[in-house]
Design a protein around this ligand. Structure first.
Ligand SMILES: [Ca+2]
Ligand SMILES: [Ca+2]
Length: 327
């Protein structure tokens, strides 16, 4: 009887073990898979983007981590597996790495997905008062109605090779008249941006100016020094120059930032010197593109994509102007 009981006990334990074995979950050793579906590898991100990943697992994805340039920026534990990335505070035309990791509940991590993108920033329209992109005409596309009249300047090829997207000035009598009230005086702040390319070894030129005789204002470069240059005359003459010696037949972006009587020059998105005028001037005439009201330092070459803002631009904003269109 005792033997039968022992046999029954052993059988019960054995069966019990069988039952326990059949209900114990197998350890999950399979890692999730993850792919970045947007943006595209080696592509361009303009201002912002939604980073979208495709994550899957044999059981379930527990969480997804998003990294920018090696820094964890977001962890999501529910779908959609995505992250809204705003890039407007980054330097334009810089390259960045996006990496995403998927985890399951057993803490298996799949091979991270990684891509590289380049950031572009749309030039700001905050405070813009006039914008002349020269898209087949000299209209102000800022929405402020600063209309212009073309006097002899002719449409030509822009820096990207597009026909009829910039204006050529013959260095004799061509200019474009605007109704922008151009002046230099205390309390008046503005920024003026302009692409230019000279086609003359003398490379003289006013990009934007007004007035004549004893009262005038001009922004451009000076013939003898071949440096960016701003000129103000109210009886007394005052000039301020940039640093870089410019080359002929080369596209440059000049930005002049004027704060009262102070001026800061930028060339191709970097600082190119600064200074102060000893006098201000508020000529009665409005701004001309390509000359002042006289024939002094009249521009010869191509001008394009002119913007005037009623405020000081930041360096990042100036860099976004320089890199506009992927330049
Ligand atoms: Ca798994
Ligand atoms: Ca243009």
């Amino acid at each position: 009887m005792k033997n039968i009981f022992t046999l029954f006990l052993l059988a019960s334990i054995f069966i019990g073990c069988e039952i326990d074995n059949s209900t114990q979950p197998e350890k999950d050793t399979t890692s999730p898979n993850i792919y970045i579906t947007s943006p595209t590898n080696n592509g361009i991100v303009l201002d912002s983007t939604i980073i979208v990943v495709d994550a899957s697992d044999n059981i379930a994805v527990d969480k997804v981590e998003f990294y920018i340039d090696g820094n964890l920026v977001s962890t999501r534990s529910t779908t959609p597996w995505q992250y809204n990335w705003n890039v407007v505070n980054l330097s334009p035309n810089t390259t960045h790495t996006i990496l995403a990791k998927a985890y399951d509940a057993a803490n298996n991590i799949g091979n991270p997905a990684t891509i590289t993108i380049t950031v572009h920033i749309t030039p700001t329209s905050d405070g813009i008062v006039a914008y002349f992109p020269f898209n087949g005409n000299a209209y102000d596309e800022s929405g402020n109605g600063n209309n212009s009249t073309v006097n002899g300047a002719t449409l030509t090829t822009d820096r990207f090779g597009n026909n009829n997207k910039a204006y050529f000035f013959n260095r004799l009598d061509n200019y474009i008249q605007t109704n922008y009230d151009l002046k230099i005086q205390n309390g008046n702040t503005f920024s003026f941006a302009c692409w230019f390319k000279t086609d003359n070894t003398q490379i003289s030129g006013i990009y934007l100016g007004c007035g004549l005789g004893s009262s005038h204002v001009g922004f451009g470069h000076y013939t003898s020094t071949r440096k960016l240059w701003a000129n103000c005359r109210n009886g007394t003459i005052s000039d301020v120059s940039g640093n870089t010696v410019l080359s002929n037949n080369t596209w440059y972006l000049a930005v002049f930032v004027i704060n009262g009587l102070n001026i800061q020059f930028y060339l191709n998105g970097t600082s190119d010197g600064s200074g102060s005028f000893s006098v201000g001037a508020d000529p009665s005439s409005t701004g001309r593109i390509g000359s002042r009201d006289d024939n002094w330092n009249i521009f010869g070459g191509v001008l394009d994509d002119i913007r005037i803002y009623n405020r000081i631009l930041t360096l990042q904003e100036i860099q976004s102007l320089y890199h506009e269109g992927g330049w």
